[in-house]
Write a protein that binds this ligand. Structure first.
Ligand code: FAD
Ligand code: DHB
Length: 392
């Protein structure tokens, strides 16, 4: 097989890159370890930054999102059993919080790619990268994990294969920065009506809780748990008891519950790989950097990377110049570190750490109190939450 850009991974980074390149007349082939059904059924992110929403609309894949998504003008921070609204829209000149599930974005991108004749090869195995320091790199893989080895010859490789993917390991002399948090999130989907008009981020002495939504009838809730805990320890009753206890307020907030039809536990890490490129290989999204989900930044950062990568590739194919491609990593990393900081800030402010001192607990509450009382502090949170301008 031969294409211009070989893309490893059909997550948000890989699929959006393939879509953006197609609109510029650049061919790509995407290979993916999972089946299409697995990709379209994996529950992850929910919050999209305003510029990502605009990009999806402008590139023809935003129609269902605009119809089925949920749009909020603010978020709530809840602590000491009291809620405080951060009026995001007012503080950011009209930018909104969009909630539209990641797997729905992926369904829309997959449909658009296939309709345009794009090639996505699902269920591949044994992926290796070759000749990345030459102008003729190759990707080798096995179809259906057990078939004959196949090869894609290309001009460039985009490693969009997530935190556990192989691409990053092909960058020699990279420096990796990592922090693991001593807690994780247990996420559920429940068939229940909406309990709160906007997302609620709660710091409670029993642990963090987040109320998010998917549709008026399906809610997405998260609670802080031990990252090594097992789902079998979490009966539906235990989950509801924790959620009710953590989000209760002194003014009688009522959490509506219902049948739980999906649960999972995710670990939380802050991670950055410098640099994000070597020869003809460019890595993007979670393959290059991961954030704890509290700031809702991961998918959005993946989109920012591939927008920049697509611009570099367009410049190369239109003019033969490589300065944008050469500057790819540097152009991405400024935004990456901003989002890393914001995600760490939100995480440390909102999660009681099992190892923290009484003094640190008080400092957390002092930071929350400041964030909800000072317009300057609330504006800073709002600016980061809706996403810095794309040229940041
Ligand atoms: P991935 O989504 O990980 O995709 C990588 C793909 O590569 C996968 O499909 C994988 O199967 C494939 N792959 C791996 N190895 C190989 C291989 N060897 N060969 C071929 N394919 C391979 N982000 C937000 O912006 N907003 C949010 O609200 C938000 N909430 C979150 C909530 C939770 C609970 C979690 C877990 C994450 C959340 N995120 C959020 C983060 C977001 O989901 C990720 O940052 C995003 O999925 C990254 O996209 P990606 O394409 O870089 O990587
Ligand atoms: C969701 C996920 C997040 O990480 C977040 O900060 C807010 C909402 C969600 O899945 O809806």
């Amino acid at each position: 097989m031969r294409t211009q850009v070989g893309i490893i991974g059909a997550g948000p980074a890989g699929l959006l890159l393939s879509h953006l390149l197609h609109l510029e007349g650049i061919e790509s082939i995407v290979i993916e370890r999972k089946t299409r059904e697995e990709i379209e059924g994996t529950i992850k992110a929910g919050v999209l930054e305003q510029w990502v929403v605009d990009l999806l609309r402008e590139t023809g894949v935003g129609e269902r999102m605009m119809r089925e998504g949920t749009f909020h003008g603010g978020i709530e921070l809840r602590f000491n059993r009291k809620g405080h609204r951060i009026p995001i829209e007012e503080l950011t000149d009209g930018k909104r919080v969009t909630i539209y599930a990641q797997h729905e974005v992926l369904k829309d991108l997959i449909a658009a790619r296939l309709q345009a004749g794009g090639q996505i090869i699902f269920n591949v195995g044994d992926v290796t990268l070759h000749n990345i320091d030459t102008s003729a790199p190759k990707i080798r893989f096995r179809q259906d994990k057990i078939g004959e080895f196949q090869e894609i010859s290309c001009d460039f490789i985009a490693g969009c294969d997530g935190y556990h993917g192989p691409s990053r390991s092909y960058i020699p002399n990279r420096k990796e920065y990592l922090k693991m948090y001593p807690f994780g999130w247990l996420g559920i989907l429940t068939e229940a009506p909406v309990s709160a008009p906007e997302l609620v981020y709660t710091n409670h002495e029993r642990g963090f809780a987040l109320l998010s939504t998917r549709t008026p009838w399906i809610q997405r809730y998260y609670i802080q748990v031990d990252p090594n805990d097992n789902l079998s320890n979490w009966s539906d009753d235990r989950i509801w008891t924790e959620l009710h206890a953590r989000v209760e307020t002194t003014d009688g907030f009522q959490l509506t519950d219902g049948p739980i039809f999906q649960k999972n536990i995710v670990a939380m890490r802050s991670f950055v790989c410098e640099t994000m490129q070597y020869g003809r290989l460019f890595i993007a999204g979670d393959a290059a950097h991961t954030v704890p989900p509290t700031g809702a930044k991961g998918l959005n950062l993946a989109a920012a990377d591939v927008l920049k990568l697509s611009q570099g590739l367009v410049q190369y194919y239109e003019t033969g110049k490589t300065d944008r491609l050469n500057g790819y990593s540097e152009a991405c990393l400024r935004r990456v570190w901003r989002a890393e900081h914001f995600s760490w800030f939100m995480t440390t402010m909102l999660h009681p750490d099992p190892t923290q001192s009484q003094l640190e607990k008080k400092l957390q509450l002092a930071q929350l109190e400041y964030t909800v009382s000072s317009r300057a502090a609330a504006t800073s949170l709002a600016e980061n939450y809706v996403g810095m301008p794309i040229d940041w």
